[in-house]
Ligand binder design. Sequence first.
Ligand SMILES: Cc1cc2nc3c(=O)[nH]c(=O)nc-3n(C[C@H](O)[C@H](O)[C@H](O)COP(=O)(O)O)c2cc1C
Length: 417
Amino acid sequence: MTGKPESQDEMQSLLGRRIVLGITGSIAAYKSAFLARELTRRGAEVRVVMTPSATEFITPLTLATLVDNPVHSDFTENKEKGTWTNHVELGLWGDLFLIAPCTAQTMSAMVSGACENLLQAVYLSARCTVMIAPAMDVDMFTNAATQNSLYTLRERGVEIIEPASGPLASGLDGMGRLEEPEIITERVEAFFDVSLPLKGKNVVITAGPTQEPIDAVRYIGNRSSGKMGFALAGRLADLGADVVLIAGPVSLPTPPRVQTRIDISTAEELFEATMKVWPKADAGIACAAVADLKPKRATDKKIHKDEFPKTVELEKTPDTLAAMGECKLEGQLLMGFALETNDGLESAMGKLEGKNLDFVVLNTLADDGAGFSHDTNKVTVIKRVGVNTEMRSFELKTKKEVARDLVDMIFQINNEV
Ligand SMILES: Cc1cc2nc3c(=O)[nH]c(=O)nc-3n(C[C@H](O)[C@H](O)[C@H](O)COP(=O)(O)O)c2cc1C
C-alpha cells in the first residue's frame, strides 16, 4: 500500500486540518469510507456532505461513525422543527473542500452554478481550495461534455485528482477509476504542505500568566489560563509559521506544529526569553498577562504565618511589550493585548501609541464569556494605519475562532479586513 504511515509524526500530518469531504453518487462512493478513515487517522477533522444520490451507495451512518461528526445531506435537518444545515458555515469552516468521488453530474452542476442540493450549495459558499476526484465509466469520462467540465473547473482553480486507469464497475477497462484513498490522502497532505501562507515567517508569542515569588511557596499571579495565546500559536503554526511560544505556568499541551516552546515563570524570565528571539521575528504577539509589579525581596524559604511582614514592598517588572515596541525594526509587526474591566478603549489606544504597536486587542471582563479562563472571547482590535487607526469589533467566539480572525488580520489573509 502506498503512503502507509510509518511514524507517529507521519500519522499526524493532517492534525488540526479541517476538511469538508463531499461524496457524490458514484459506485466508487464506498471508497470514501477508506478515504475518511485515512484522513482522520492522520489527524484531520472531517465533516461529510453527501448528495442525496450518494446516500444510496453508502450510508451516512458509516461515514458519521468513521469521522465522529454528523453527516449532512439535506438542506433541512429537522423538518418539524424547521432547522436547517448552514451550508455557508460549512463552506467557511473547511481549510479544504474535497469531493471524492465526484460524478459527471456534480461536475456539470459546479460548472453551471446549480444549487440543487446541499453539496452544491457548500461548493458555491466555500472560500477554501476545492479538490475533486472524478470517478465514472471510461466513456463518460472521455465524453467531450465531461472533459469540458473538467477544463472549466481547472481554469477556475479547482484542483483535479485525475482518475486512474483499470477495470471499471461497468466491466470495461480504462480511465475513470477513483484514485486510491491513500493517493488522494497524499495529495491532500501535499496541498497542506505547499499552500501554507505563513511558511517562512517567524512569530514569537507570549501566553499565560507570570508568577512573582514572595517566598518559596507564595507568589503574586493572575487568572490567565493561556488559552488565547495557545490558540494563536496553534493557528499560526497550522498556517506554516515558525512559532516560538513563550509560556507562563499553564497546564496546556503545546499545540501541534509549534516548533519551540519556552516555559518561564516570572516577568523577568519572560522579558529575557522574548528579547532574545524578538529581533529575528517577523511578528510578535504579546498575549501573556505579565505582572506589572513584583515583591522587592523574595525569600527562598517559606515565611511562617507569624513572621509574615505586614506589608510586602513591590517594585516594577520589566515591560516586555514596551521594549519590543522600542526596538521594533521596519517590517516587524507587533500586536499587544489589553485586558480591561470596563470598555477600556482609551487605555487600549494609549497602549497602541505608547508602546509603538501595530495592533492592540481589547478584551473586557465586563463582557460575558470574555477574558481569562473561558474558552470564548470577545475582542475589539485597533489597528494602526499610517497616522490613523481602524477599529474592528468581533462578536463572542471561541478562542480558536478569535485566533483565526487575529492571524488573518495581522497577515492580511483572505483580505477580509
Ligand atoms: C449503480 C450506479 C452507479 C453509478 N456510478 C456513477 C459513477 O461512477 N460516476 C458518475 O458520474 N455517475 C454514476 N452514476 C450516475 C449518478 O448516480 C447520477 O448521475 C446521479 O444523478 C449523480 O448525482 P450526484 O452527482 O448529485 O450525486 C451511477 C448510477 C448508478 C445507478
